[in-house]
Structures are given as C-alpha cells and as structure tokens.
Design a protein around this ligand. Structure first.
Ligand SMILES: Cc1ncc(COP(=O)(O)O)c(C=O)c1O
Length: 372
C-alpha cells in the first residue's frame, strides 16, 4: 500500500479503496488523523529514541489508568504478542504458579507459546498451557481442575474472533464465571484486548459487561497506527509486574506514546466510538439487505465495528473469497477469513462506495452459486 488518508487507502498502482481492514486494527480514527500526526511530529521534533523514556511515558500511563477502570498501573512494549506474553509472565511471577488456560483456537500472538503454526516450536513451549472452549464455563472448570493448585491465569479475548469462523459475543454469565473462578483459585484473569481495545468502548472491552480483569493486553489501535503496546494491571499484580525483566531496543520510543495520548484525546473529543458504531450499523444493514435481495444466505457476526461475513455452507471460504475479491476490485477493502475493522473516519460517500461494491460482489457470488 502506498498511502492513506481518512478512510481511504491507495495501492502502489494508484487504485483507491475504502479501508475496512484498518491495517488489521491499528487504524481507529482514520489514516493520517491530523491531531495524532501533529502530536507525533511535535514529539519527533524533540526526540524519539533516547537513553530513557520521555515524560510522555508517565503522561500516557496516567491517562490509561484514568481511562481504563481496572488499571492501577501501565507498562509499555511494541506488539500485541509482547503484551500477551508479559501478562502471562506477570501472572506467573505474582502467583508462583505455572499453568495458563486459553481458549482453543484463540489467537494471542506469534510467540512459540501461542503461534497457530507450530513449525520450529517445541512441546515444552506449550507445556504449561491448558485449553477450554470460549463461552463454555464447564470446560474452563475442567481445565482448571487439571491445573489444580498450579493455576496462574485464565487468558480470554473480549469476544470470540478466531480467524475464519463466525464470531461469537461473550455471554456475560461466562465472563462473570471466569472472574469468580479466578478469584476462588487466586489466579489472574487476563483480558486480551489487543484486537478490540478502544474500538468497542473507551475503557476495557469488558467494562460494559461489568467484569474487570486483573491484567489486560493492548496494542493495535491505542496509538492510531503508531507502534505501541501496553499491559495494564491492578494493584494485586503490581509486585509481579515489578519483578520481571522485559525490555526492547525501541520500547521506550516517545513518538508513539505522544500519538497514543492524542489518540485517546481524539477518541474522547470526537465521539469516535459512536461514529464507528453508526457507520458499522449502516454497513451491516446495507449488506444484509443486499444479501437478501440476491437470495444469498449469509452470517454477519460480531460487533458492528468488527464484523465478519460468511456464506451458508461455504466451508472452504470459496464464496467468501470471491465476494472479497470482487468487492476489493470495486474499491471496498475487506477480507474473506478475518474480521473487518470499521474506522471513525468513514463518511457517507465512503459508505456508499462500500455498499455499491458489495452489491456487485453479491451479484458475482449469486452468478457463481447458480452456475455450480
Ligand atoms: C487478540 C490478539 N492478540 C494478540 C495479537 C498479537 O498482536 P501482534 O500481532 O501485534 O503481536 C493479535 C494480533 O492480531 C490479536 O488479534
């Protein structure tokens, strides 16, 4: 991709697309958001990579603690994998235990303990993990029982967003059950908010559900495209966080931190989450009515800001692949196997361009399914 502005991106050949992937999540307010880029430029004019972190690290930590209810402290890194891995390390350091439970099929990053492709990893990398089924409390209890008094943490994402599957919102009773189980076991509840963070709610994504994690992992959207990750935690896990050694050559760069402060400011001032909800609802309603008019049975799942579309019976994603290719050709940048991301920058014109593209893409799918 060559460039971007607002909700539009241009490829190396100059083709223009309405961006419904948002760089797989980091773009929240639109590409080149003026206030964010201005803050980044102002910080860059002072310094970025220094002998120590800049004052913006303290300002950002305070802002995050102010913004996210469960957070009493913050630590920073670069990528989501850094953040999920640090959460596990902190939970183990605090509890003195080894076992971590994760949902089967959930994506938490690309380190040996969590990569979905095991090439080059060893069984020992995952030796202290147990697995449960998302939204199935009985399966968590069974996995916790196996872990016995060695349970350090339960890791969970705000909703089920495994690539290639219809998405599943969290059952609030499941979320509350995890909290109770972790409290009873003295284990950490870790929320992986890397993909959802600040797209669904200006706070932890489980605040609307009423469940507070002990630790949460963040990255993607927190600096509107600038490279940054964060771990937020409560006081019970402060000593564990203090005790571990984690760092990286660029983890304390000041520019992304200045961008994150401006991103949170713009989220507050511009009603960005409401704007994403609105745009996402118009797109969902338009797409569902188009599918109906083409007599195509689809599943449109997940929050409207992070939707995913599948076709009934399309187990090899062939129709989804055709739909995405035809939509992209007509200027709506979507994905056949991964949830999409709606930004706050979408205008009525952008949405009209998306819906014109998806209508024709449905036409191509109709033709293909009638022919076969
Ligand atoms: C839920 C979730 N956790 C962790 C990660 C890993 O983040 P990163 O790719 O920045 O390492 C991702 C990335 O897609 C993610 O979606």
């Amino acid at each position: 991709m060559r460039s971007g502005g607002g909700a539009r991106v241009w490829d190396a050949d100059g083709n223009c697309y309405v961006d419904l992937m948002c760089s797989y999540g980091p773009i929240l307010l639109g590409h080149q958001h003026p206030a964010v880029e201005q803050a980044a430029r102002a910080q860059a004019a002072l310094a970025d990579c220094q002998n120590g972190p800049g004052p913006v690290m303290v300002d950002l930590a305070e802002l995050l603690v102010d913004t996210v209810q469960h957070a009493d402290w913050a630590m920073f890194a670069k990528n989501g994998t850094d953040a999920t891995t640090m959460c596990c390390t902190i939970a183990r350091a605090q509890t003195g235990r080894k076992r971590i439970l994760a949902a089967r099929g959930a994506y938490h990053g690309s380190a040996p303990w969590c990569t979905p492709r095991p090439g080059g990893t060893t069984p020992e990398d995952r030796a202290n993990l147990g697995y449960y089924t998302f939204n199935d409390l009985a399966s968590v209890r069974a996995a916790a029982e196996q872990a016995g008094d060695d349970l350090a943490a339960v890791l969970v994402s705000p909703f089920r967003h495994d690539a290639g599957y219809d998405q599943e919102l969290v059952d609030p009773a499941f979320a509350r059950g995890l909290r109770e189980l972790c409290d009873a076991a003295g284990a950490a509840l870790i929320l992986d908010d890397v993909r959802c963070g600040f797209r669904l709610h200006l706070g932890s994504s489980w605040e609307p559900v009423g469940v507070a994690p002990d630790l949460s992992a963040w990255s993607k959207a927190i600096a509107n495209g600038h490279p940054l990750a964060a771990v937020l935690g409560n006081d019970r896990f402060r000593d564990g966080a203090r005790s571990i050694f984690v760092t990286g050559s660029f983890w304390f760069s000041a520019v992304p931190m200045a961008a994150a402060i401006a991103t949170i400011g713009a989220l507050r001032q511009e009603g960005a989450i409401e704007a994403m909800e609105h745009a996402g609802t118009v797109i969902r309603d338009g797409i569902l009515s188009q599918a109906k008019s083409w007599s195509l049975e689809v599943n449109y799942t997940g929050p409207v800001q992070m939707p995913y579309l599948t076709f009934a019976g399309d187990s090899d994603h062939a129709l989804a692949g055709l739909f995405a290719a035809e939509a992209i050709r007509r200027g709506a940048y979507i994905h056949p196997r991964h949830n999409w991301f709606v930004s706050a920058a979408l205008t009525d014109d952008d949405i009209a361009m998306v819906l014109a593209a998806t209508d024709e893409a449905f036409g191509a799918v109709r033709k293909q399914s009638t022919a076969s």
